[in-house]
Write a protein that binds this ligand. Structure first.
Ligand SMILES: O=C(O)CCC(=O)C(=O)O
Length: 300
């Protein structure tokens, strides 16, 4: 299944840094994605290895999670990317970023009924290594209708044209995975994207975005696919001080798991990203793998 964005939509996306559209996926496809992801969450899949975590709590399992997420859920349910969503997202990513895009990641985002927390304003790029420049697009697929009552996404138009803004931690607590943008934008400018099930909203890594809490009786679920081009060394030197202060239980679990043999599983899973046809991509991925191994050997 493929769809093309028309020129007006692409221009709007470049101007605003986000865009919503209908994927045309069938109710059956959406229900299948929702069911697969709900099962992974209900079975606590990936907790030990740091793939499942609570993005808005201290994540030690002592309280109900307020924003559980699963990184790379396709590792546990490969059928997720056999779905039409992957194909159509890839086609649009190629249309916007060019033929050499690669699949970077998938994420399952769940906001539990009534206690699902707000997503703080942030830029995705604030999580990344500042030594590189990035070009990436996230495809956020709604697995039920979303509006302000159940945490639809909200974006600050044009915010992607500026730099990465200063970030900190919600409540000043560096144990919390989520980052919060603390300056340089006005949340009153935000546009709320209320979309139906099967609606999708895309954004780039620098667009300031967030979402309200889920105040309804049903979980709000979304499935995200991220496509990017190989990052290049940053043109301007930057420093993201929040990265070295971040001390999450998720990262600790991941490190322990990798130290106990999980690194081999991790490297095996990453193989699908390696493109031997592009030397630049290959070198980037080899360096990244070497960094992951070094971290397992040296980190305390
Ligand atoms: O689903 C949410 O509330 C936040 C999602 C998000 O920040 C993202 O997809 O980059």
């Amino acid at each position: 299944m493929t769809i093309r964005l028309d020129q007006t939509m692409i221009e709007r996306f470049r101007e605003d840094g986000f865009l919503s559209f209908d994927t045309g996926l069938s109710e059956r496809d959406i229900a299948a994605l929702r069911e697969t992801l709900a099962k992974l969450h209900n079975e606590n899949i990936g907790f030990e290895e740091g793939a499942l975590f609570d993005a808005m709590g201290v994540d030690d399992g002592s309280t109900p999670a307020r924003f559980p997420q699963i990184l790379h859920p396709r590792s546990f349910a490969p059928e997720l990317i056999g779905n039409g969503f992957y194909q159509l997202a890839r086609g649009i990513a190629e249309q916007i970023l060019g033929g050499d895009v690669r699949f970077k990641a998938d994420i399952s985002l769940m906001k539990p009924a009534r206690i699902g927390d707000a997503t703080p304003w942030h830029q995705d790029e604030a999580f990344q290594d500042p030594a590189f420049d990035y070009e990436e697009i996230s495809f956020w697929l709604a697995l039920q209708p979303v509006d302000k009552s159940n945490s639809c996404m909200a974006y600050v138009p044009g915010s992607h044209k500026g730099p990465v803004l200063p970030h900190g931690f919600p409540g000043g607590d560096p144990r919390i995975h989520a980052l919060e943008c603390i300056d340089g934008f006005d949340p009153r400018d935000a546009v709320f994207c209320q979309i139906p099930a099967g609606g999708c909203v895309i954004h780039v890594g620098r667009t300031v975005h967030g979402a309200g809490p889920n105040t309804t009786d049903r979980e709000r679920m979304a499935y995200v696919l991220i496509f990017d081009r190989v990052p290049v060394p940053a043109k301007v030197q930057r420093h993201f001080p929040w990265l070295s202060q971040h001390k999450t239980a998720r990262a600790k679990r991941e490190l322990e798991w990798r130290r106990h043999g999980g690194i081999l599983v991790h490297l095996w899973r990453q193989r699908t990203r390696v493109r031997i046809t592009s030397v630049r991509t290959l070198l980037f991925d080899v360096r990244r793998a070497a960094r992951a191994v070094r971290r397992v050997v040296t980190a305390d």
